[in-house]
Design a protein around this ligand. Structure first.
Ligand code: UD1
Length: 335
């Protein structure tokens, strides 16, 4: 199949492109490189032996997206393009609403023009908001986000539901990711955020590499076994494989379907730090600090629906996630 991947040069997108190519699909990436590296298409080729078709394009530009659809018969879209920094979304909300919603709508409208009916969307566990109890399942109400980034995910989910209701032959698969970490085992692809990382794993990796002096654990007094927050960390390669299953599923599906992609297990911040130290032999100095605004004590998936509908489950261990992150960090910091 020809799969169009807006945002395919990013962290999750690039790993998904590798899996798509390895499964025999033709991959057409559009990415404006605003938060990714121009080397990524070449790295995907080094891993897979096949270069993805790459357009340096902002998918909010409808004419450019049309040109891509004119040049290639697109069978399905996996839409990753969007800004994802929670803190920045609170400071500059209009930037997030404009870009994330505009890019999704533009791609959707061009899909309609060209008769493409399969849309896999990169959503987030953040849509479960602060009110639902863990483990989250897809039947729970996803109605309130805690930040503009989360609202864009909720709003795009709603747009796709409405669109699917109006077009009975359309399929939208809303993949709700939990906490993807890790990197490709080659060390060529991984999470390499600009500036000081907001997310835990890239921060841990930079402390381990000596780039940052120490980690602050946000809160040690939560109602959890060791007092630190619990999250459902999954390996980005497992997550990428979930997308492969999702496009296969979409081919014989109509309507809108939300599906969690997580392991179903909660792991604490301290457990993750210790797993990293064990897997790499490198010490990660840390202090326990104040809670971070907006953090939930507990967040993990009920992962049954993905197993049942997609035949997918996340298999890689926390140690593998840590080892692959460290391998990637060492390669990046040697550049
Ligand atoms: C965050 C977002 C979530 C988004 C996801 C994307 C918030 C509140 N949530 O999830 O909406 O979908 O990223 O990747 O930002 N931690 C530390 N020290 C650090 C960094 C993090 O202790 O320096 C802790 C946090 O308190 C949390 C855990 O590590 O308990 C994971 O944090 P993070 O990686 O930022 O992910 P989430 O907050 O779960």
């Amino acid at each position: 199949m020809n799969v169009f991947v807006p945002g395919g040069a990013g962290y999750i997108g690039s790993h998904t492109c590798v899996e798509l190519i390895q499964a025999g699909h033709q991959v057409i990436i559009a990415d404006d490189l605003s938060n990714s590296s121009a080397d990524v298409p070449q790295r995907i080729k080094t891993i897979t032996g096949t270069a993805p078709i790459f357009y340096q394009v902002d998918v909010c530009n409808k004419e450019k997206v049309r040109e891509i659809f004119k040049a290639h018969h697109i069978d399905a879209v996996i839409h990753f393009a969007g800004y994802k920094a929670v803190g920045e979304s609170c400071r500059i909300p209009a930037k997030y609403y404009r870009n994330n919603i505009d890019s999704a709508l533009t791609v959707l409208e061009v899909m309609e023009e060209f008769g493409c009916k399969k849309f896999v969307f990169s959503s987030s566990a953040t849509v479960y908001g602060p009110m639902n109890p863990v483990p989250y399942n897809e039947e729970m109400p996803a109605q309130v986000a805690t930040n503009p980034y989360g609202w864009t995910k909720l709003m795009i989910e709603q747009i796709l539901r409405d669109y699917a209701a109006a077009h009975p032959d359309f399929s939208a698969i809303l993949l709700r990711y939990f906490n993807p970490i890790g990197a490709h085992s080659s060390g060529l692809l991984g999470d390499d955020p600009n500036g000081i990382p907001n997310n835990l794993m890239p921060y841990v990796a930079r402390v381990a590499a000596g780039i940052l002096p120490q980690l602050t654990v946000y809160g040690g007094d939560y109602d959890t076994p060791d007092g630190t927050c619990l999250r459902d960390y999954l390996h980005v390669v497992d997550l990428a494989k979930g997308h492969l299953k999702a496009i296969d599923y979409a081919m014989n599906h109509t309507g809108a379907e939300a599906i969690n992609l997580g392991t179903g297990n909660g792991v604490s911040v301290l457990e993750l730090i210790h797993a990293f130290q064990n897997a790499t032999g490198v010490k990660v100095p840390y202090v326990i600090g104040a809670r971070r605004d907006g953090d939930l004590a507990k967040c993990w998936a009920n992962a049954e629906k993905a197993k049942k509908l997609l035949g997918w489950s996340a298999d890689m261990t926390i140690e593998e996630m840590c080892r692959d992150t460290w391998n990637f960090t060492q390669k990046v910091s040697q550049k």
